[in-house]
Design a protein around this ligand. Sequence first.
Ligand code: NAD
Length: 482
Amino acid sequence: MKQWQNYINGNWQNSICNETFEEKNPADLTEVIGEFASSKKEDVEIAITAANTAFGSWSKMSALERADYLKQVLDWLKKEKMTFSEIITMENGKTLKESLSEIDSAIYEMEFQIHQGCRLYGTTLQTNKKLAMAMSMKVPLGVVAIITPWNFPLNVACRKMIPALMAGNTAILKPASLTSLTAVKFIELFDKVHIPKGVVNLVMGNGSLIGDVLTNSTKINGLSFTGSTEVGLIIQKNAAKNLMPTQLELGGKNPAVVLKDADLDEASSAIVLGAFACSGQWCTSTSRVIVEKEVAKDLVEMLKSKTQKIKIGNGSHPETGMGPVCGIKQLETISNYITIGKKEGATLCCGGDQLTEGDYKKGCFVKPTIFSEVTEKMRIATEEIFGPVLSIIIVNNFDEALSVANNVKYGLSSSIFTKDFSKAMRFIQETKVGLTHVNMPSAYKEPALPFGGVKMSGAGLPEAGTVGIDFFTKHKVAYLQY
Ligand code: NAD
């Protein structure tokens, strides 16, 4: 059995206690992908010390020198695109096409953030004194911890690591256990380009154990986290004790509003894509459809017919349209929510079952599921399911649609489908989310623009775009008399 180690201070090493954990392919749970170092407190502490020691020289390098290392990492990623796509599909279950699209997005984000990191402009200012001036500079935080989820194991790591490093920070990456191999392979690229030891570190294993050490450390100067709202709250509470800055990208319950004048064919295609791509496991997946009553019946029929055409299977088979969900725990959570939806009295339009026969029986397969006649307060309409389950809520008019769309604790993404410019503009103004879409799937995003949620979907500065590096810097002001 292949064993994969932590990467600390430029060395690949076992955890201090030599313990490991296994990772399995969600399309076939009998296939063990490998064994991974299961880190203890001491491993994390050694990584923190290494990153602190490396900070001095890394932060003093010029931006171009840092960019030179990261451009080489980028070149390797481009060369190894196919290997990465196969690994992501094997660990996460998404289709090869979806894995390749994740890698393309990661490449674009890396390129953008490397360039952005070479433009860390400050400001200069005339002061109130004669023969004096002042300037403000952006300086690195120090050592940053980066904690990532399993749903976009490469893209989220890139989105955080590259701006962090370009700004002059050193980093400790803690990936989700379900997708540790993608993280190992990503860190191998830094090793290949001989990044100075201690600048990049990888610690794998139990989230709460490693998370507790990182969030309670006085030697970690910032923490960027993507994951569930529940864990985000724990992190925020721990980090507050030492006033550690945090960037939290959390869960969602993203609505797609469909008005009666919408092109229903286009809207239904966009919703099916938004709801079931990556088996509904995007933080920006569409999980609620809020539709005006006049077109509800037609929309439901179109959604149902398009959803039933999705071919479910192993993500590594080219004909597969939707892979398994990512692991047994996910399968149980999703199945539990389907049972809740049935008990709550929603109408099951399609799906609603696990797939347990033939090739499916070894994996975590669930049919894409649509519930209609869902009411605003049902649990399937308010709680994040994070799987291929779509709830349809029927409303009387646009104002009610807007109110239902906003009436959840989350605020990550939303969509509206309409030809009415005024209503689209009102929706843009009044939808309480970090990103919104008109006549497009709720999951669409581009690396050149900021990404982050509001309400319980996120806190701290957003990621990506021209502001993506800001979280990883602080301002220092100098006054000069001449
Ligand atoms: P999760 O919160 O269970 O885990 C995320 C990471 O946190 C993992 O690496 C995990 O090991 C670690 N962790 C677990 N307990 C911890 C603790 N006590 N302290 C510190 N770290 C801890 O989330 P997940 O299941 O990996 O991912 C799914 C969730 O992520 C969903 O809620 C989804 O909406 C969210 N997500 C959000 C975004 C976004 O940008 N807003 C993007 C992707 C995923």
